[in-house]
Design a binder for this molecule. Structure first.
Ligand SMILES: Cc1ncc(COP(=O)(O)O)c(C=O)c1O
Length: 337
């Protein structure tokens, strides 16, 4: 199966990760996980990849995937009657978590044919309602919409009573991180999500990081269990963080594949939208369910956007390697005739 439905790394992790997993011992399985050094390794990796100097290990929280970090943020900060401010359409796990806390959800739509960020409306809602949480997926999944780091920081600075969470799982593909500019002393209400799922290929092992002011990280981490991140994920994360060139090479290949795919779509006259991240939206001529079924029979998985506001009628396809995208296009284009 060619899985282009969940924006994962499509070729798997670094050989260093595979080696660590092969050597993982039964003794290590028998005992509880050990987290010593992992926060330090992440901090070092972040500093080497452009994060603002001064970040400390206590400013990093470890989670069983970013899904768990999202859940923890809502448990730690959300309660009945308070508001989650977010955008629409966006990553689907924010609103159920808000709903579980009995929060009111205000989701502001992206704007126009290019799904621009609704900055004025977000600023207005922040000022008018002082929501408990503002969650921004940047670049946004699925529209790819990007908000520059200085504007994100300005949003956080303008609303000290709201926790502003920036989910940057896809930042590596278009260089959108807020971390090079973020000063968590000046804006302690800013929290950033990072993961090894989409670039380093560890999605199946479940590990993610929340980065922010130490007090916020501590509060969010307190609602998880002491051993929620398992030992195999920890070992793999150390190896993945030690092989940044592998991640960089994968990202570079995805960007080459992205250019190839966009040119092929343009030449074929297919309506599409591609901005940040390792994915794009395509509006096929046939009903999406039909296209989904036909591609599935060819062994290719895509993600229909049926029922999503503004983008019902299109599907999202992850960008893998150039040869994988050539395979996708070879299966998709005949369906357009
Ligand atoms: C924007 C966004 N946030 C969070 C997640 C969940 O990430 P993880 O696999 O680390 O739980 C995803 C996964 O698709 C995502 O797209």
């Amino acid at each position: 199966m060619l899985r282009l439905d969940f924006n994962e790394n499509t070729i798997g992790p670094s050989p260093l990760v595979a080696q660590v997993l092969r050597n993982f011992s039964t003794e290590e399985i028998a005992v509880y996980p050990e987290y010593d050094g992992l926060r330090e390794a992440l901090v070092q990796n972040l500093l080497e990849t452009g994060c603002r100097p001064g970040l400390l290990p206590e400013q990093v929280g470890l989670f069983n995937g970013i899904d768990a970090a999202i859940h923890a943020v809502f448990q730690a900060y959300g309660s009945a009657g308070e508001t989650l401010l977010t955008t629409s359409p966006t990553f689907g796990y924010y609103t159920p978590c808000a709903g579980m806390q009995g929060m009111t959800i205000e989701a502001i739509p992206y704007q126009g044919e290019t799904f621009d960020f609704p900055l004025a409306a977000i600023q207005e809602a922040l000022a008018a309602r002082a929501p408990r949480l503002l969650l921004i997926c940047n670049p946004n999944n699925p529209t790819g919409t990007r908000l520059p780091a200085d504007q994100l920081i300005a949003l956080a600075a303008s609303a000290p009573g709201s926790l502003v969470v920036v989910d940057e799982l896809y930042e590596a593909f278009t260089g959108d991180s807020v971390l090079p500019c973020a000063d968590f002393t000046a804006t302690p209400n800013l929290l950033v999500f990072r993961s090894l799922a989409k670039t380093a290929g560890l999605a199946g092992l479940r590990i993610g990081f929340a980065i922010g002011h130490a007090d916020v990280v501590d509060r969010v981490s307190r609602v998880t269990g002491p051993y929620d991140v398992n030992s195999v994920a920890v070992a793999a994360a150390f190896a993945a963080l030690a092989d940044q060139p592998y991640v960089d090479a994968y990202v570079a290949e995805v960007l080459r594949a992205r250019d190839w795919t966009l040119e092929a779509l343009r030449q074929a006259g297919v309506r599409h939208h591609c901005a940040g991240g390792n994915y794009l939206l395509i509006w096929p001529q046939r009903p999406v369910a039909e296209v989904d079924g036909a591609l599935r029979r060819e062994g290719i998985l895509i993600r229909p956007m049926a029922g999503k506001p503004l983008i019902d009628g299109c599907f999202r396809v992850s960008i893998g390697t150039t040869s994988q995208m050539q395979r996708f296009m070879a299966a998709f284009l005949p369906l357009e005739r």
